[in-house]
Write a protein of this length. Sequence first.
Length: 411
Amino acid sequence: MHHLKIVIKQLLILSLLLPICLRAQTQKAIVKGNLHRDYFVQSLVQIANPVLNALSKNELKKKMPVEAKTNDRQNYTYLEAFGRLLAGMAPWLELGPDSTAEGKLRQKYIDLSIACIRNATDPAAPDYMNFYKGGQALVDAAFLSQALLRAPSQLWGRLDSKTKKNVLDALKSSRVITPGHSNWLFFSAMVEAALLQFEGSCDKMRVDYAVSQHLQWYKGDGAYGDGATFHWDYYNSFVIQPMFLEVLQALITSGQNENKTWDMELARARRYAAVQERMISPEGTYPPIGRSLAYRFGAFQLLSKIALMHQLPADVLPQQVRCALYEVVKKQMEAPGTFDTDGWLTIGLVGHQPGIGENYISTGSLYLCSQVFLVLGLPATDPFWQNANADWTAKKAWKGEPIPIDHAIEN
């Protein structure tokens, strides 16, 4: 009887301690999630600082190095750096300033970005950028358009009327460039989507053509061809699917009935995001296939975007995406040689590997890597950041743990 009383007493103590232990575990998970967020914020601003600090002072052309294989990239590299960087930062900036340390940091980078937009589009400014000479200018006019569409309140909404006019004039000037019959169609469409949202009209033919051609180029199981042919690379994530979704969103917002196409493309994008999640190895690496590997973790823009949209497939938990992307970002951020001594990105996938840079790659091109940080547009209270850490699919698989069966989609 005495032993029974002791056992009962121990069980009572355990019942009181268990909720405390569970709360402690939850708090530990939350801290880890917030550490992931802190690391993402720190990484993003580390990447951004040289570009935004220089451009805000009209000193980008003076200070930015131009690493490239050809001599013509100075015509494009500055708009590349700014447009691509801002497109990745925009969802985070759109959260706006608040009284938290991160909110105050956002205020700083919102102010810097506004100054940079003003200088980049002012024809009288030393850092005025090229929006219409040579084909590449169209590409990065599109990324700047993407940034403005992603932060309509904190970026576009804070511009003075003169700068708004300069931005619209700059974007329209890119219309003299004929896009290639490839993913480039979405660059023209992206510019028109921004003009539609911010001015109320656009060249609808450029938008419709990009949409109709890509629907024809669909190859199945969530992947589009880059033109009529299929390429084993990351361009479904670098360009095609994020811009497809955002162009359709602009059309729907303007009152056009694109809901059927939206539903179909979203299903394809969700499938492609699921494939991307499975491509991340247990160590946070991924296959070095295709061109433009120097965009580094920008290869996972679509996975980050689908997480931002709360549209991950049911068997892909937000926290496993967070943990997977954290490992990818950390591995590449901390590789020796990723940055030069002044903090500018260098050409490479893992550290400095200039040999992997194609002829169209220069220092400015590399800032497409910022697109992985779209998830920072989710507030710190979102389950993406708050849920307990979880292994991603490949990590679970190679530990011998159960994983969901993978299935192709049919549409």
